[in-house]
Write a protein that binds this ligand. Structure first.
Ligand code: AVI
Length: 335
């Protein structure tokens, strides 16, 4: 008997081994989400290794304006933004979802230049990313005081409240605030507010409303990178839950509704089909052209942002925006 595996058997075997050690939270969320009508899977599952790389590519796309625009705002207005943090006394600069810290380094350099007395505390769900950030900060900004927290945002804020006395300035950049379900942005800001004290500050990146075509194109680029990013979710489920999604039988679809101000992204089944999750002993049927809702990206008006802040107990102090008013980093003061 020939005991060698051919390549495709070997791949299937390694996928099954992966699927046997599946993440129970992912399994539960996917099973429940695909039972619903309409079907849905949370965008938080986009970011496995391949998904994070694809997102890096999205940020470089000519159509994807948010990253470039926020970068320019921070670069051109770094001194004024830093002054708004209040530089007369010590503060902890806490960054939720720090990632590679590329944008934040603009502010960190400026704060050091202005001789601000502060400690930078990046927070991220990925310990690997924080290690990379830490070593780059050590070489690029050796004078910077840092401490970091690996874990989710609220565990981090709880830890900070217990372990770090003194004023806090919280950064939540990159328009991640727009990726919550309806009402989730307010809940998130309210939750942050609970851990802060009056006079603490929060700087949040918001993507603003603009020509609907510009927004739509940012989520449906000509090179198909956003499509690959969305469909990578199915690859992840194949690998981690032993699913048998045939990627040729699903497609990326996205649209922007200028009334609600939301880009909604979907994965659409091109035919009637059944997908089996071998790790879960579970099958899901799709009707022809049935959609899985995978992401919301909210776009805001300045009035909505101020109202959102007010409801969360945050007073809007300053909008830092670009000349086209595409994006705003908004500084709130805790009241
Ligand atoms: C991470 N987030 C702010 C991005 C956005 O614009 O909503 C994710 C993204 N999805 C598709 N393109 C980019």
């Amino acid at each position: 008997m020939d005991l060698r595996l051919n390549t495709s058997n070997a791949n299937q075997t390694s996928e099954l081994v992966n699927a046997m050690n599946y993440d129970p939270e992912l399994a539960r969320d996917v099973q429940e989400g695909l039972k619903q009508t309409p079907k849905r899977i949370s965008s938080k599952y986009f970011y496995d290794g391949a998904g994070s790389k694809l997102f890096q590519q999205i940020m470089e796309l000519p159509e994807y304006y948010p990253t470039r625009t926020e970068f320019k705002i921070l670069e051109e207005q770094q001194a004024e933004i830093s002054r708004f943090f209040g530089l007369s006394d010590f503060f902890h600069l806490v960054e939720l979802g720090a990632g590679d810290g590329l944008k934040t380094k603009i502010l960190l350099r400026q704060l050091l230049h202005m001789k601000a007395d502060f400690e930078y505390v990046p927070v991220d769900i990925s310990g690997d990313i924080l290690k990379l950030l830490d070593s780059s900060l050590k070489t690029e900004l050796p004078a910077l005081k840092t401490d970091s927290f690996t874990g989710d945002y609220f565990k981090a804020l709880h830890w900070l409240q217990k372990n770090k006395e003194g004023r806090k300035v919280v950064l939540f950049l990159g328009s991640n605030i727009g990726n919550f379900e309806d009402g989730g942005d307010l809940e998130f800001l309210q939750e942050i507010r609970k851990y802060l004290n009056p006079e603490d500050k929060v700087l949040v990146g918001f993507d603003l409303r603009k020509d609907p075509r510009t927004i739509r194109q940012a989520y449906d680029d000509a090179a198909g990178v956003t499509a690959a990013f969305n469909l990578n979710l199915l690859k992840r489920l194949n690998r981690e839950l032993g699913a048998d999604f045939n990627l040729n039988q699903f497609e990326h679809f996205t649209d922007y509704d200028p009334l609600s101000g939301v880009v909604k992204s979907y994965i659409v089944s091109k035919k009637q089909q059944t997908v089996t999750f071998s790790a879960l002993n579970h099958s899901i049927s799709f009707a022809a052209w049935e959609a899985i809702h995978t992401e919301n990206s909210h776009k805001y008006t300045p009035v909505q942002i101020e109202e959102l802040g007010e409801k969360a107990g945050l007073k809007t102090e300053q909008f830092f925006t670009d000349e086209k008013h595409y994006f705003a980093d908004v500084l709130f003061r805790v009241i």
